[in-house]
Design a protein around this ligand. Structure first.
Ligand SMILES: Nc1ncnc2c1ncn2[C@@H]1O[C@H](COP(=O)(O)OP(=O)(O)OP(=O)(O)O)[C@@H](O)[C@H]1O
Length: 540
């Protein structure tokens, strides 16, 4: 219950609570004008005028308060969804790469697509239900004034019904929790379907298994658990409404036998009781809504924690310079699963071309991520121009690098990259892409290209970043022999002439002569590799 109150407090504002109470007061005032009018002598016009004036005041107050209340609720709903989405995305962009890899894209997607929506819609319900709860409380107080004995009876019955409600509620909450877990699993398989759509379409067995054994199973689990929870909830609601109707029946059919209520009291009591049915029904929605809120808040809290525990400190614009030397000293990184890269010792000068070779799984990509600051080292030291790099400078250090890997994404949008439009188009021309794609209004006009063309476009994108160091992870794989030769014999020397420092993962023995230094990665350790000086590189 404490958890539920906390969840409630997180989504309600003082303004909404005040508006809910005001709304309840105006509603009760309207009720009061009716019950009073029924008890006064209706043949006296003065009574009717007085009653009508009170009703008008209460009615105008009700309409004004409702208008403000509804607007506030709508604003709260829309503000919440925006804030929750942006909060998640901000947490994700600041979390460490390794944490995001472990957490999984699909869980992030389900939080944005499901929990943020749920939370915002439920906020609206919570605000409305709290408004109705206030109305019920005000009606009960009013009932105590009009017919204290009947009010006591009503309170007893309501207490009984609410207790029974709470006792059954554990199962309902469990249903929502299970449905949410199934939703996570559904998003995992949806992610597989969308990311691997070619592999899925290619293979009928995989296609059927993914759909029938996983996606359908998850969808069924969501449906089953939600239906179960909603049905139990609907039974509870029915129980409550039945209790209130029984109460009215007692007032009409039983109380007169005991002379417990006068006829006027009976009429007022029945009016108030029937009036309470709808707000009471709606206020009990709070239980259901809070239960779902808790489940979604819990999921969102996991993502927020991801960022707070593993959030990156530092300012991207803080100054780090690489004009003389980049030195890695005993740099180490280890995955939780146990693979270790390092200790790495390396010295590189601006304009160097460094080749890295090595077998599959030897740690080349991991090393490149460590080198370019995407992974934070667990120990060791990076030196830039003979100055030690501090942990808070990691983000700024990362801005020295631009990278291309096998799974690089080429964005159509420039997303803040500084290079001017004319220069980007010159690069497209130099890389023989200008007949396929141009750069206009901050966007590439086309990104639907062949694998080799996309690689060249990825190179343009990396150059647009205007970074001093380029990290190329098997760039020359999947490109034709002629383009490969152009890459090694023309592009690399050109980039070197431009002052770029290049780290290139390569298996192309025919071009092993195109570098200043060459290393072999084996079991996470970097070893020198025999290498020829760049002066011997033939130019074509
Ligand atoms: N995100 C990760 N989490 C945990 N372990 C990982 C992760 N990425 C890679 N590894 C492990 O680290 C080891 C080195 O992988 P890495 O990708 O660095 O090798 P590689 O030399 O680039 O291989 P390849 O030539 O096949 O691309 C592998 O054993 C792999 O299982």
């Amino acid at each position: 219950m404490i958890e539920k109150c906390r969840a409630l407090w997180q989504v309600l504002s003082l303004k909404l609570v005040l508006l809910s109470s005001l709304s309840a007061c105006t509603t009760i005032l309207i009720l009061h004008t009716f019950t009073m009018a029924l008890q006064l002598d209706s043949s006296n016009p003065a009574n009717l005028v007085q009653g009508a004036v009170w009703f008008s005041v209460a009615f105008v107050g009700f309409v004004v308060v409702q208008l403000v209340f509804q607007r506030s609720v709508i604003r709260l709903t829309e503000t919440t969804i925006k804030a929750v989405r942006l909060d998640i995305l901000d947490a994700v962009r600041h979390a460490r790469l390794q944490m995001i890899e472990q957490f999984g894209q699909e869980r992030i997607l389900s939080a944005i697509a499901y929990d943020a929506n749920t939370l915002s819609q439920l906020n609206q319900f919570v605000a409305l239900s709290v408004g109705h709860l206030f109305t019920v409380i005000a009606a009960l107080i009013y009932m105590f004034v009009i017919a204290p004995l009947g009010a006591l009876l009503a309170l007893g019955l309501i207490a009984l019904a609410v207790t029974a409600y709470c006792l059954r509620f554990g199962r309902i909450h469990q249903g929502y929790e299970r449905a949410r877990e199934a939703e996570d699993s559904f998003f995992t398989h949806l992610h597989d379907l969308l990311m691997g759509i070619r592999e899925v379409k290619q293979n009928a067995l995989r296609n059927d298994s993914l759909y029938e054994e996983h996606l359908s199973r998850d969808a069924n689990a969501v449906q089953h658990n939600k239906t179960m929870a909603e049905c139990r909830f609907a039974h509870n609601q029915l129980m409550l409404m039945a209790a209130l109707y029984l109460l009215a029946a007692v007032a009409v059919f039983v109380a007169p036998l005991w002379f417990a209520l006068s006829p006027q009291q009976s009429i007022s009591f029945v009016i108030i009781t029937l009036f309470m049915v709808s707000p009471f029904h709606s206020s009990m929605e709070l239980f259901r809504v809070l239960s779902q809120l808790q489940v979604s808040q819990h999921k969102l809290a996991e993502i927020k924690q991801l960022a707070s525990e593993a959030g990156e400190q530092g300012i991207a614009s803080s100054a780090v310079s690489f004009t003389q030397q980049l030195t890695l000293q005993k740099l180490m990184f280890e995955y939780d699963q146990g693979f270790t890269v390092g200790p790495i010792n390396l010295e590189v000068n601006p304009g160097d071309i460094v080749f890295i070779s090595g077998g599959n799984g030897s740690g080349k990509t991991t090393f490149m991520r460590l080198l370019s600051g995407l992974y934070a080292p667990q120990s060791g030291q990076v030196w830039l121009d003979n100055r030690p790099l501090e942990a808070a400078q990691l983000l700024a250090y990362r801005q020295l690098f631009a990278g291309i890997s096998a799974d690089s994404v080429v964005f159509a949008n420039r997303y803040g990259q500084p290079m001017g439009e004319a220069q980007v188009n010159q690069w497209l021309d130099k890389l023989a892409l200008s007949d396929k794609v141009q750069f206009r209004d901050g966007r590439f006009t086309n990104t639907r290209l062949s694998t080799g063309q996309l690689k060249r476009l990825a190179m343009v994108q990396a150059l647009m970043e205007e970074r001093p160091i380029l990290v190329l992870d098997e760039f020359a794989a999947n490109i034709d022999p002629q383009s490969r030769q152009v890459f090694y014999r023309q592009w690399l020397p050109t980039l070197k002439e431009m002052g770029k420092t290049l780290f290139v993962i390569t298996h192309d023995e025919a071009y092993f002569d195109c570098c200043d230094s060459h290393y072999l990665m084996r079991d996470g350790q970097l070893h020198p590799y025999p290498v020829q000086p760049l002066s011997l590189v033939k130019s074509h």
